[in-house]
Write a protein that binds this ligand. Structure first.
Ligand SMILES: Nc1ncnc2c1ncn2[C@@H]1O[C@H](COP(=O)(O)OP(=O)(O)OP(=O)(O)O)[C@@H](O)[C@H]1O
Ligand SMILES: [Mg+2]
Length: 370
């Protein structure tokens, strides 16, 4: 069982970047890490690959402690944001380089390289140099070079972020289907939320010091442990609004400085416990839960609004609405177009609201966290 187990991992320079991180990625699991720039994603991968030494903690692969092993003894492969191909070598030789380093050659080497190239559909390019192939093909060459080494742990640092949408989509499909990738424990770093959702068995959201929350895409989307997680998963970004909780006529309401939203009973009961039903909170409402009223199935609270900005995106529309209180981002169906300043009736699905502690950002409904 070649799982990856990270325990109490610490790494910092002038400040701690990774602080007592624990993480286990199972054999065959595709674990995706998302998080803002500069938070420590690449640092984590470099620690696992052996390109950085940790300040404390340990890293195990398949029960073997690799913390102090040099990179080439780890059976951990890493691809980088930049492809780092050898420009003077052919695609074949680039892919073959890890095998040559292990003194493999002849027919065995040729077969292994050709198999991997066929898998990645670059077998017709093996005689070319990296300068003579496209960006996506370079990327696949770099992936091939990583795959050919038959690693137990596969680390991918934004491997497809530089490619155009069509190639990205194609590569994403390949990640799903590549048997060789499905056997190893894979850690995949991306900025792209849609990519995280489509690829990850589990997703970890990285914040200061380590992973803030780990879960399936659905866990993270529906029950974010903190405001930070809510803001980093979901497109368009969740509406986060400061609100004052007010009791009125036996109901709890969120007063959003100009509009008041009724809080449903289940949420109200928890809020009465956690913040005594009074005071300031952060309310999170996903754009998916604010729709033009005639598009909204089910109950909700209707707001009369005006269109401030509208963007048609083909498969959906994004509408920024003036509500008389805070601006709200709403999603609309693809067929509709809206003009600036047009009056629009929006329905907010108040049962899908999130509530966060205004100071700590913690989800006041309580969630598992990591
Ligand atoms: N060798 C180093 N010396 C000093 N500080 C470093 C070193 N390597 C990384 N850092 C710092 O550690 C932090 C995390 O960097 P890292 O490259 O891991 O971020 P990241 O999450 O991969 O960001 P991005 O999404 O932009 O690639 C940054 O503040 C960075 O400046
Ligand atoms: Mg990085």
């Amino acid at each position: 069982m070649a799982d990856l187990r990270i325990e109490g991992l610490c790494k910092g320079w002038d400040f701690p970047v990774i602080d007592r991180m624990d993480l286990t990625v199972a054999e065959g699991e595709f674990f995706v890490i998302v998080g803002p720039s500069g938070i420590g994603k690449t640092t984590l991968l470099r620690l696992v690959a052996g390109l950085e030494a940790p300040d404390a903690g340990s890293i195990h692969v398949g029960g073997r402690d690799i913390t102090d092993l040099p990179p080439y003894e780890r059976r951990v492969a890493m691809t980088f944001e930049s492809y780092a191909l050898y420009p003077h070598m052919t695609v074949f030789e680039n892919i073959a380089s890890p095998l040559r380093a292990r003194r493999m050659n002849g027919a065995d080497l040729k077969k292994r390289v050709e198999d991997v190239a066929a898998l990645l559909r670059i077998d017709h390019l093996l005689d070319r140099k990296p300068g003579q192939v496209s960006g996506g093909q370079k990327q696949r060459t770099a992936l091939g070079r990583t795959l050919v080494a038959d690693p137990e742990v596969f680390l991918l640092d934004e491997p497809i972020s530089h490619l155009d949408a069509k190639i990205r989509h194609e590569l994403r499909q390949q990640f799903h289907t590549l048997e060789d990738l499905r056997k190893v424990a894979t850690v995949y770093v991306t900025h792209d939320y849609a990519e995280a959702l489509s690829l990850g068995d589990r997703i970890g959201v990285m914040g200061t010091g380590g992973l803030v929350q780990i879960g399936t895409a659905r866990d993270l989307f529906e029950t974010p442990a903190t405001r930070f997680v809510a803001e980093h998963l979901g497109q368009p970004t969740i509406n986060i609004l400061e609100a004052q909780l007010v009791e009125s006529g036996g109901r709890l309401r969120a007063d959003l400085d100009g509009i008041a939203l009724d809080i449903d009973d289940a949420h109200a009961a928890r809020l009465r416990q956690s913040v005594n039903g009074a005071g300031a909170v952060c309310v999170g409402i996903r754009p998916q839960h604010v729709r033009p009223s005639d598009e909204m199935a089910g109950d909700g609270q209707v707001l009369n609004a005006r269109v401030d900005l509208f963007e048609a995106l083909g498969s959906t529309g994004i509408l920024i609405a003036e509500t008389g209180g805070p601006k709200l981002t709403a999603l609309t169906s693809p067929e509709r177009l809206f003009d600036h300043d047009e009056a629009v009736s929006l329905t907010v699905d108040t049962s899908a609201m999130h509530f966060f502690d205004i100071r700590t950002g913690r989800n006041l409904m309580g969630t598992g966290g990591t």
